[in-house]
Design a protein around this ligand. Structure first.
Ligand code: SAH
Ligand code: MG
Length: 196
C-alpha cells in the first residue's frame, strides 16, 4: 500500500468536505477484524473510495470488496483513486442507488459497512442481514449522528435521519438473534453480529 498516495487521497477528500471515515472508527474496525480477516466486504457509500482503499489492508489474501455509490462524479473519482493505488483487482464499484442495487446482489459477505443515506439505514440493514455470512459483522457508521440520536433532538431537516437511525438501533438491539455494540468512536459506530 502506497501510504503517501493514500494520504494525498485523504487530504483531498477532507479539503473537498467529503465525509470520509474517521481514524478512530477505522482503528476500531481493524481491531474487530484482526482475529478473522474478511474474504469479502460490501460497502454502501463509496464516496471517493477512501474507506474501501483502507479496507483492502484488512482483507484475507484473495479477498474482494464490492462498494456502491450513487453520485456519478464521486464514483469517477473513486475509480481514479483506486487505479492510482493499484487496487482495481480488489475493489469493484457499482454506480447507482443502493436501494436499487442491493436487491440485485445475492452474495455472502464477511463484513458489511453501511455509510450512506441515514434515512435508509433500516432498509440497508434488512439487505445486509440477508447477505451477511454466519460469522460476519455489520459496521454502521454515523449511527449516533453528532449526538442527535441519543438526545431529545427532534427538529429540522435531520428529523427523518434521526428517526431512521433510532429505528436501526432498535432493530439491532432488540432482535434476539443479533449481538450489537454501539461505540462512541467517530460519529458513532454500531457493530452487529449473529449470536453464536
Ligand atoms: N465510505 C466513504 C464515505 C461515504 S460518504 C469513506 O469513508 O471514504 C456517503 C456516500 O454515500 C456519499 O458519497 C453519497 O453519495 C453516498 N450515498 C448516499 N446515499 C446513497 C444511496 N442510496 N446509494 C448509493 N450511494 C449513496
Ligand atoms: Mg461515515
Amino acid at each position: 500500500m502506497d501510504k503517501e498516495k493514500l494520504e494525498q487521497i485523504k487530504q483531498k477528500a477532507l479539503e473537498d468536505k467529503i465525509p470520509i471515515i474517521m481514524d478512530d472508527t477505522l482503528q476500531e474496525i481493524e481491531k474487530n477484524l484482526k482475529k478473522c480477516p474478511p474474504k469479502s466486504i460490501l460497502e454502501i457509500g463509496t464516496a471517493v473510495g477512501y474507506s474501501a482503499i483502507c479496507f483492502t489492508s484488512f482483507l484475507e489474501k484473495n479477498g474482494k470488496i464490492d462498494t456502491i455509490e450513487r453520485d456519478v462524479e464521486r464514483a469517477k473519482t473513486a475509480k481514479q483513486n483506486i487505479k492510482e493505488m493499484n487496487l482495481e483487482d480488489k475493489i469493484n464499484i457499482y454506480v447507482g442507488d443502493a436501494i436499487e442495487i442491493l436487491p440485485t446482489i445475492n452474495k455472502k459477505y464477511d463484513m458489511i459497512f453501511i455509510d450512506a443515506a441515514k434515512g435508509k439505514y433500516p432498509f440497508f440493514l434488512k439487505e445486509a442481514l440477508r447477505m451477511l455470512s454466519t460469522n460476519g459483522a455489520i459496521f454502521a457508521d454515523n449511527i449516533l449522528y453528532k449526538g442527535y440520536v441519543m438526545s431529545d433532538y427532534n427538529k429540522h431537516k435531520q428529523r427523518t435521519a434521526v428517526r431512521n437511525l433510532r429505528e436501526y438501533i432498535h432493530e439491532v438491539t432488540e432482535n434476539p438473534n443479533l449481538e450489537t455494540e454501539i461505540l462512541e468512536v467517530g460519529d458513532g459506530l454500531a457493530i452487529t453480529k449473529f449470536c453464536v
